[in-house]
Design a protein around this ligand. Structure first.
Ligand SMILES: Cc1cc2nc3c(=O)[nH]c(=O)nc-3n(C[C@H](O)[C@H](O)[C@H](O)COP(=O)(O)OP(=O)(O)OC[C@H]3O[C@@H](n4cnc5c(N)ncnc54)[C@H](O)[C@@H]3O)c2cc1C
Length: 146
C-alpha cells in the first residue's frame, strides 16, 4: 500500500496478493479495494481494475476459482526471495535476514531483538492468521454458493 500511495503503481503480482488478502483473508467487499486502487493507480482503468478485482474475488465473468487464496508469506518468499521489495517499502524490517523478513511473527524472538524489531511496537503483530482466514473464506464462499 505504501508503494501504491507513494508512486501510483504496483506490479501485477503485488496487486493480486493485495486483492486476495483484502477479499479472502479480511472478507472485505472487493468494491472497496477496487475504489481505493482506482483512486491511487496512475494506470487506473475502470474495466481492467474491476475485471481484475472480480477475477480475484471469484465474482466476475472470467473468475479465478474461489478456492484460490494467495498466501501472502509464500508469495513473498517465492517472488521476493532476497526480501529487497520488503526492505524498500517496509524499512522497519530492513535489518531482518531474508529467511524471516516475510514472516517476522514466526521468527525466533532473539533474532527479532538482534535486528531491533519489536512486534507490536516497531512493527505490528499480524491482523489475521492466514491459515484460519483461508479456511473461513472457503467456508464463506461454499455457504454463499450453496
Ligand atoms: C487487483 C488488480 C487491479 C488492476 N487494476 C488495473 C488497472 O486499473 N489498470 C490497468 O491497466 N491494469 C490493472 N491491472 C492489471 C495489471 O496489474 C496492470 O495492467 C499491470 O501491472 C501494469 O503494469 P505494466 O504496464 O508494467 O504491465 P505489463 O506487465 O508490462 O503489461 C503491459 C500491458 O498489458 C496490460 N495488462 C497486463 N496485465 C494485465 C491484466 N492482468 N489485466 C489487464 N491488462 C493487463 C496492461 O495494459 C499493461 O499496461 C490490475 C490487476 C489487478 C490484479
Amino acid at each position: 500500500m505504501r508503494q501504491l500511495t507513494q508512486t501510483g503503481w504496483m506490479h501485477n503480482r503485488v496487486r493480486m496478493i493485495c486483492a486476495s488478502f483484502l477479499v479472502k483473508d479480511l472478507l472485505i467487499d472487493w468494491r472497496r479495494g477496487e475504489r481505493f486502487f482506482r483512486h491511487h493507480l496512475v494506470d487506473a482503468d475502470i474495466a481492467q481494475n474491476a475485471g481484475n478485482w472480480q477475477w480475484i474475488a471469484g465474482t466476475g465473468p472470467d473468475a479465478a476459482p474461489y478456492f484460490r487464496v494467495f498466501n501472502p508469506t509464500g508469495q513473498g518468499q517465492k517472488f521476493d526471495p532476497d526480501g529487497d521489495y520488503v526492505r524498500r517499502w517496509v524499512p522497519e524490517l530492513a535489518s531482518l535476514p531474508a529467511t524471516i523478513i516475510h514472516q517476522p511473527s514466526a521468527a525466533d524472538p532473539g533474532q527479532l531483538v538482534a535486528s531491533g524489531v519489536i512486534l507490536g511496537e516497531t512493527y505490528p503483530t499480524p491482523i489475521v492468521d492466514h491459515t484460519r482466514a483461508r479456511e473461513r473464506a472457503l467456508e464463506s464462499y461454499k455457504h454463499a454458493l450453496a
